[in-house]
Design a protein around this ligand. Structure first.
Ligand code: CAA
Length: 258
């Protein structure tokens, strides 16, 4: 598939997806979602890729779902086509780690897309927000749910009800992003971190991601039991044997993804 709205690249074992629709501040149109899903399918199938970085431009990660595309749609259009339920959720089923490297605006669907990633590295100029309320609608890609889980009810409710933006420092102090990086260092840092993850055992990394995500979906007791059973199952892998042997032998482990 030829891409008109994204650019993909690889650096070693890291897949890079750059949202690239500059004239619309990377607004998320249907074609962009389709391309993003296709790129994710390819990186998921590629055994040489261990982690992915999703980014935008210095000015905008993404300024939201494409308002001009949505504007003429009727209730029947969106309900019957189950608008936003197909390609746009592909990130949330992607099994390898994805880091969102966010600079500039991450608004509406852009903030929601970043929150579907496993963690967010924010440039110091990043701005997060759910401004849908100002358009007479509400977040539709999980914003009311993921933002609330990330920053708590008070802040999420204020942001969704007023549409105000949150800068990088507030986003870090409230737990929405893992770290702030100077804008000029953002991609280098994101690729470095993704590369470190990609050097680890891929199946163990996937189990770890699955286990952390379980914390959002179940009770504490069930989540701990899920984690315990996955922890046990790592002992059936060659990579756990290699990792612990390498530690005991004071050498670097060589993981084989088995
Ligand atoms: N959809 C479509 N086009 C968009 C867009 C969007 N979400 N955001 C920006 N653009 C376009 C603008 O129309 C403009 O295009 P033209 O040059 O052809 O007029 C271009 O991008 C540049 O935008 P601005 O001139 O507005 O740039 P600015 O620097 O003055 O302002 C901004 C930047 C504050 C981000 C402003 O563009 C803005 O408020 N954008 C809309 C943000 C928004 O409301 N997002 C939520 C969308 S709804 C949603 O996402 C639903 C959901 O949950 C799935």
């Amino acid at each position: 598939m030829a891409y008109n709205n994204i650019v993909t690249d690889t650096k070693g074992a890291v897949g890079i997806i750059r949202l690239d629709r500059p004239k619309a501040l990377n607004a998320l149109c249907a074609e962009l979602f389709e391309e993003l899903a296709d790129a994710l399918d390819k990186f998921e199938a590629d055994e040489n890729i261990g982690a992915v970085v999703l980014t935008g431009s210095d000015k905008a990660f993404a300024a939201g779902a494409d308002i001009l595309e949505m504007q003429p749609k009727t209730y029947m259009d969106v309900y019957k086509s189950d608008f936003l339920s197909q390609n746009s959720e592909r990130l949330s089923t992607f099994r390898k780690p994805v880091i969102a490297a966010v600079a500039g605006y991450a608004l509406g669907g852009g903030c929601e897309l970043a929150m579907m990633c496993d963690f967010i590295l924010a440039a110091d100029n990043a701005q997060f927000g759910q401004p849908e309320i100002k358009l007479g609608t509400i977040p539709g890609l999980g914003g009311t749910q993921r933002l609330t889980r990330a920053v708590g009810k008070a802040k999420a409710m204020e942001m969704c009800l007023t549409g105000r933006m949150m800068g990088a420092e507030e986003a870090e102090s409230s737990g929405l992003v893992s770290r702030i990086v100077p804008l000029n260092d953002l991609m280098d840092e994101a690729i470095k971190v993704a590369g470190e993850i990609a050097d680890l055992s891929q199946p163990i990394v996937m189990m770890c991601k699955e286990s952390v995500n379980k914390a959002y979906e179940t009770t504490l007791r069930e989540g701990i039991m899920f984690e315990r059973r996955l922890f046990h199952s790592t002992f059936s892998t060659e990579d756990q044997k290699e990792g612990m042997s390498a530690f005991a032998e004071k050498r670097t482990p060589e993981f084989k993804n088995r």
